[in-house]
Design a binder for this molecule. Structure first.
Ligand code: NAD
Length: 420
């Protein structure tokens, strides 16, 4: 989420990233401009009836950044600080993320300026249904498929699916992903991001000659993505989870923490802090823990110029979106730390969203083992593609991932041609 105190405009950052890669792959001016502009932007202002009988007007956005490779895909965020530039940037990043994992989607993002923590369930339902009605003409299984993001969840998606279906007169499960299983959600979607992250770590470790058995892992943010990655690395690869944290602080045990036990403890107590047998450490210390693998899985802007030099991991796998600032990237590259960038490392989520949509439009559902094995195939292939480009162009994995993604989008634009 954009830090409102920060002068950094996320869309300016997103455009700079396009320029860096456009220079690298030698793109001419016209196509650069296409990549630096969202295709379509919709702003909607709409009233919602509050529980006390009053009305409030809310503002929402839906930005469809690029659909050269297929229908747009991207989440919907409810937050007081949502802005059009933030939504544009997130839509651009979705475009590149879908292209890195080579799923047939463009990128989009949506948001409503609201404070969901201070709204009742009824108010949120009415806001969601009205926002869905306002954007209904611009979404659909063949055009733009929303999903959950910050402060939206499977219930929000169920309301959008129902609202859209009521307008059509028949059920359209493929209009959104991240739905409850009972409405056409996919097996495995809940753990897809952490699972995908664990797969790319495994592949990278192989390339680096790092044995995952007993390799040490530190995780900032023991939520959905972080805890699933921890469980899979421990259970399937024999890795040792030495440090984890949440918003209240971190814990450390050089001998290894049982991630399942930590998860249970957090469920009961609300935090990992206080877990028996572990030493309390700060969130900053989690990042600087002497561990082979570091997984930032909480917030953006965590690895900066100030602490990059203190990172001791061999692999930094970005389960979170945007945890590393560009200035820190250079330091990590110089220290020969392998950074598996967010658009690759957390793309397992959107990949299984794609599987959900594919299952919905076929009306044919896959067992969990099939979802996971298809996910594994996509993540391994994508890692290998990014790693190859990094080697060929002698750039770090982030630049390689952007180069690969942008090249794929450019190829689609060129082969289609500019209409008319
Ligand atoms: P989540 O809410 O389940 O977990 C976030 C965790 O981070 C929580 O445990 C929270 O306590 C912790 N946290 C918050 N502030 C922190 C701080 N200052 N220091 C340390 N920990 C802190 O969310 P999630 O779904 O796991 O998402 C985490 C990150 O992964 C986000 O950046 C999100 O955008 C990204 N991501 C998630 C998915 C997905 O499918 N869940 C997909 C792509 C990207």
């Amino acid at each position: 989420m954009a830090n409102t105190e920060s002068p950094i405009n996320p869309f300016e950052t997103a455009k700079q990233q396009v320029d860096i890669v456009a220079d690298l792959i030698g793109l001419e001016g016209g196509i650069r401009e296409v990549l630096k502009h969202p295709k379509r932007e919709l702003t909607v202002n709409f009233p919602v009836r509050m529980d006390d009988g009053s009305y409030r007007v809310y503002t929402g956005y839906r930005v469809q950044y690029n659909m050269a490779r297929g229908p747009c895909k991207g989440g919907i965020r409810y937050h007081p600080q949502v802005s059009l530039d933030e939504v544009r940037a997130l839509a651009a990043w979705m475009t590149w993320k879908c292209a890195v994992v080579n799923i047939p989607y463009g990128g989009a993002k949506g948001g409503v300026i609201c404070d969901p923590k201070h709204m009742s369930k009824g108010e949120l339902e009415r806001l969601t249904r009205r926002y869905a009605s306002e954007i209904a003409a611009f979404i659909g299984p063949e055009m733009d498929i929303p999903a959950p993001d910050v402060y939206t969840d499977s219930q929000t998606m169920a309301w959008i699916m129902d609202t859209y279906s009521m307008q059509k007169g028949y059920s359209v499960p493929g209009v959104v992903t991240g739905k409850p299983i009972s409405l056409g959600g996919s097996e495995g979607r809940g753990e897809a991001t952490g699972r995908g992250c664990a797969y790319v770590i495994r592949e990278s470790a192989k390339d680096l000659g790092l044995h995952l058995k007993n390799a040490s892992v530190a995780i900032q943010g023991f939520g959905n993505a972080g805890s699933v990655a921890a469980n899979i690395l421990a259970d399937e690869q024999g890795a040792k989870i030495v440090a984890v944290s949440d918003s209240r602080g971190g814990i450390y045990n050089a001998g290894g923490l049982n991630p399942h036990a930590v998860e249970e403890f957090k469920k009961k107590s609300g935090s990992v802090v206080g877990f028996p047998g572990a030493k309390a450490i700060s969130n900053e210390e989690v990042l600087e823990t002497p561990a082979d693998i570091l997984i930032p899985a909480a917030l953006e802007n965590q690895i900066t110029k100030k602490n990059a030099d203190k990172i001791r991991a061999k692999i930094v796998a970005e389960a979170a979106n945007g945890p590393t600032l560009p200035e820190a990237d250079t330091v990590l590259f110089q220290k020969k730390i392998t950074v598996l960038p967010d658009i690759l490392a957390n793309a397992g989520g959107v990949t299984v969203s794609y599987f959900e949509w594919a299952q919905d439009i076929q009306g044919f559902f896959w067992p969990l083992a099939e979802v996971n094995s298809r996910l594994e195939r996509v993540m391994v292939q994508s890692y290998n593609d990014v790693h190859r480009v990094a080697g060929e162009r002698k750039v770090h994995h982030r630049t390689a991932a952007y180069a690969l993604a942008i090249q794929r989008v450019v190829d689609a634009i060129r082969i289609r041609g500019i209409y008319p």
